[in-house]
Design a protein around this ligand. Structure first.
Ligand SMILES: Nc1nc2c(c(=O)[nH]1)N[C@H]1C(S)=C(S)[C@@H](COP(=O)(O)O)O[C@H]1N2
Ligand SMILES: [Mo]
Length: 206
C-alpha cells in the first residue's frame, strides 16, 4: 500500500500543546479550512443506547468476534489529535478524539482478507482496504474534545479513519465484515472512490 509512505498520526497521550500545523503543509489539494464541525448524515440519527451497543468483526471464514460497551472499554484507550478532510472540501485541523485502535481490535482476529466493509446502525455502509484499518491509523472513538461523542457526530461510537476522506469514518458503527473480494459501500456505489485518499484527491471513481 502506498499509504505506508506517510507517517501514521501519532496518538497524543499527554503534553498536547494545542499548536496547529501550518495549513499550507497540511491541507490536501482542493480543500479549505473550517473551524466549524459540520454534520453530514445520509439519514436520521439512530439512537443507540450504550447498553445495547455491540460491535462485531466477521472474517472471510464466517467466524465472528463481538464487543459490547464494557468489552470495548476494557481495551487500552488512546487519545488522538488528527485533521479531518471531507470530500465536500472542508478540512478541520487538530481535532481531539479518544477511543480504541483497530490494531487492538483486530489483534485476535485471524484473517488474510484484503477488504473491509464497515456497517452502521441505521444501515450506512462504507468499504476500504483492511490495510487502512491497521498501522495506528484507525480507531473506534466514543470521545470528542474530552466529552462523550455527540449522537449527530456518530455517538455512542464511530469509526475514525482520518487519513481517508471522512465518508469512510462510519458514524454509529456496528461492525466490520472482512472479505477477499471488494464490495462497495453506500457512497462508493454512488460513484465515490473505493480508496478515498485526500492527498491523491481520490474523490470519485471515474
Ligand atoms: N453512519 C453514517 N456514517 C457517516 C455518514 C452517514 O451518513 N452515516 N456520513 C459520512 C460522511 S459523508 C461524512 S463527511 C462524515 C461526517 O461526519 P460528521 O457528521 O461527524 O461531520 O461522516 C461519514 N459517516
Ligand atoms: Mo462527506
Amino acid at each position: 500500500m502506498d499509504d505506508e509512505q506517510r507517517p501514521a498520526p501519532s496518538p497524543v497521550t499527554r503534553g498536547f500543546t494545542g499548536r496547529r500545523r501550518a495549513p499550507a503543509a497540511a491541507l490536501p489539494p482542493g480543500q479549505y479550512v473550517t473551524e466549524e464541525f459540520p454534520v453530514l448524515s445520509a439519514g436520521p440519527t439512530p439512537r443507540v443506547e450504550q447498553d445495547d451497543w455491540r460491535f462485531s468483526v466477521t472474517t472471510e471464514t464466517g467466524s465472528s468476534h463481538h464487543w459490547d460497551w464494557n468489552g470495548l472499554h476494557a481495551l487500552p484507550r488512546e487519545r488522538v489529535e488528527v485533521d479531518l478532510h471531507c470530500v465536500t472540501r472542508w478540512s478541520k485541523f487538530g481535532t481531539h478524539w479518544s477511543g480504541y485502535s483497530l490494531d487492538t481490535l483486530l489483534e485476535r482476529v485471524e484473517t488474510t482478507a484484503a477488504y473491509a466493509m464497515v456497517h452502521s446502525y441505521g444501515g450506512y455502509t462504507t468499504n476500504l482496504p483492511v490495510a487502512d484499518l491497521r498501522g495506528g491509523r484507525a480507531w473506534i472513538v466514543d470521545g470528542y474534545d474530552g466529552r462523550p461523542l455527540d449522537p449527530v457526530h456518530g455517538g455512542p461510537a464511530r469509526l475514525l479513519v482520518p487519513h481517508l476522506y471522512l465518508w469512510k469514518s462510519a458514524k454509529w458503527v456496528s461492525g466490520i465484515t472482512l472479505s477477499h473480494t471488494e464490495e462497495l459501500g453506500f457512497w462508493e456505489r454512488a460513484g465515490y472512490h473505493p480508496a478515498g485518499d485526500p492527498w491523491r484527491e481520490e474523490r470519485y471513481a471515474l
